[in-house]
Design a binder for this molecule. Structure first.
Ligand SMILES: [Fe+2]
Length: 265
């Protein structure tokens, strides 16, 4: 593999200055409006260049939420096998890299467990490479690692995944742009309005301050909530390092549940 040709000169310093300026603007706006900083990333966050092309610019079409919820996804234990939560056993051999366990609980805004719900993850391999045709940066694929998994939360809202710690990878937002190591998570939740797609990060990553995606969340406390905690009690001797990451899905206080005797046509 050859090193790629350097990208045009949009420097990390310039992106960092844009992030600082945008954060200052958001803090000032929140202070003068007397509102808290937004916990979710801004759809339009210019330092993360492609955000400006990715979201609707017109008024959304209004739909009856009752009708949406009738066709929202609902999954049960029978759809997901236990092996899907272990990304290290999906091939004949073992993947390269640092084996890790990621566990935690999924709760709703009132602290109740979100039970029996689907979590999907996807991630790069230990070298920072995705199995995807659009990822062509010169890091090796691992024939023993696909990087996708699924689990169902237990009665206490808990989940547990075994995988490989993903590597940092470059992206072309600006010159020398690198993503901090992360795992993508999708939580279906128990109601349409609880659906959350986010990323989990690893503690102490030196790339946090430089990453416009992580920094597109302007509230520092909300950013911090995306970082898993190293937990030595989760770590297993001679086997894997353990991380704990709890998630709160906000949504209606009374969540929609598909009745047990529903007709699954
Ligand atoms: Fe990613």
């Amino acid at each position: 593999m050859h090193r790629p040709v350097p990208q045009p000169e949009l420097t990390q310093q310039a992106i960092g200055d844009e992030i600082t300026e945008r954060h200052r603007h958001e803090r000032d706006a929140a202070a003068s409006a007397g509102t808290p900083l937004a916990a979710h990333p801004r759809r339009d966050f210019a330092p993360y260049r492609s955000t400006t092309l990715r979201h609707p610019t017109h008024e959304l079409v209004r739909a009856d939420p009752e009708e949406i919820e009738l066709v929202s996804p609902a999954f049960g234990h029978t759809d997901v096998s236990a092996e899907e939560g272990d990304l290290t056993i999906q091939h004949r051999g073992e993947p390269l890299g640092e084996r890790i366990i990621v566990t935690g609980r999924v709760l709703d805004g009132d602290g109740r467990p979100v039970r029996n719900q689907l979590i999907e993850i996807w991630q790069a391999n230990a070298s920072g490479r995705y199995v995807h045709k659009r990822d062509q940066h010169p890091a090796p694929l691992d024939p023993n690692f696909t990087g996708v998994g699924r689990v169902i939360t237990g009665d206490d809202g808990s989940y547990r995944l075994t995988t490989i710690k993903p590597g940092a990878y470059p992206w072309k937002n600006h010159r020398n742009a690198w993503r901090p190591a992360h795992i993508h998570f999708s939580f279906f939740g128990s109601a349409f309005t609880q659906r959350l797609i986010t990323q989990m990060y690893f503690p102490g990553d030196p790339l946090f301050a430089l990453d416009p995606i992580y920094q597109s969340i302007v509230d520092p406390a909300a950013r911090e909530r995306l970082v898993a905690r190293y937990d030595h009690d989760v770590t297993e001797p001679e086997w894997a390092l353990g991380y704990r990451w709890d998630v709160v899905l906000t949504g209606p206080k009374s969540t929609w549940m598909e009745p047990e005797d529903a007709d699954h046509a």
